[in-house]
Ligand binder design. Structure first.
Ligand code: ZN
Length: 251
């Protein structure tokens, strides 16, 4: 049997109307360090990736073919979706459709889930430093408010495992895109606090502090659990974060 290990959100788990999980490195069949790799684009054997994906989706009760997947490009582009499929050149998806899992692929970048409980609107964002600098999380909240009738005050949000400020060294040209309190200087090096930068965007957009949950995990310095592109370079696998609105009407 598979020893699959998944990351859940404490806040999102309180709602039976939404289901979130993120995969880890644990529980797959690919040779190390790929382990539970879910990407076909990192040189892994496609048969292994297919088996890993099967385990992941079965554990969640989702259909891979029923999911919405963006072709991520480190942008601030967001799409509202109501059908399964692949979506070109975007890093955020928003839906009001039940049983349509949204998926992002992750290895150090931050997965951000935004759930409006009252209006049943769901967003999932892939936020690396580029997307964060372009304000993708604030723009997703804004889109949910303007296009879907959401209220930021009703949103429950989860910032998942990502590169942490403990490890995420950046150059001066990247650091300068962020405010001073989103970057730490240690010795002569600069470290980006990606989670704080995105948390600040949520707060600025009107999300309440008590409705923001932030994972303590850093993908770079937790090799037993997470893939990390920064750590493993071109040997790194990819994880998936996925979230879906759950339809209880028939159950
Ligand atoms: Zn770290």
């Amino acid at each position: 049997m598979s020893d699959l290990r998944l990351i859940r959100s404490e806040k999102l788990s309180r709602y039976s109307s939404v289901r979130f999980a993120m995969s880890t490195r644990v529980g797959g069949v690919s040779p190390e360090p790929l382990g539970m790799n879910l990407s076909y684009r990192v040189g892994d054997d496609p048969a292994n990736v297919a088996e890993n994906r099967k385990r992941f989706f079965e554990a969640l009760g989702f259909m891979e073919s029923g999911s919405a997947i963006p072709h991520q490009c480190h942008s601030s582009n967001i799409q509202i979706v109501s059908q399964p499929g692949e979506y070109d050149a975007c890093d955020g998806l928003v839906t009001q459709t039940n049983d349509l899992p949204l998926i992002v692929s992750i290895a150090d970048c931050l997965p951000v889930t935004i759930y409006d409980v009252a209006k049943a609107v769901l967003g999932l964002v892939h936020a690396g430093w580029r997307g964060t600098a372009q304000g993708i999380v604030a723009e997703t909240v804004d889109l949910m408010v303007k296009q879907c009738g959401s209220s930021a005050g009703e949103m429950i949000t989860y910032l998942g495992p990502s590169a942490g400020v403990c490890c995420y060294e950046v150059g001066r040209e990247v650091a300068e895109l962020f405010s001073l309190d989103q970057v730490e200087q240690r010795d002569d090096r600069l470290y980006l606090n990606l989670k704080k930068a995105n948390c600040d965007q949520l707060l600025g957009a009107g999300v309440r502090e008590e409705n923001i949950e932030i994972s303590p995990f850093c993908t770079i310095c937790t090799p037993q659990l997470f893939h990390s592109h920064r750590r493993d370079r071109n040997k790194s696998g990819r994880m998936m974060a996925t979230v879906s609105l759950v339809d209880h009407a028939g159950s």
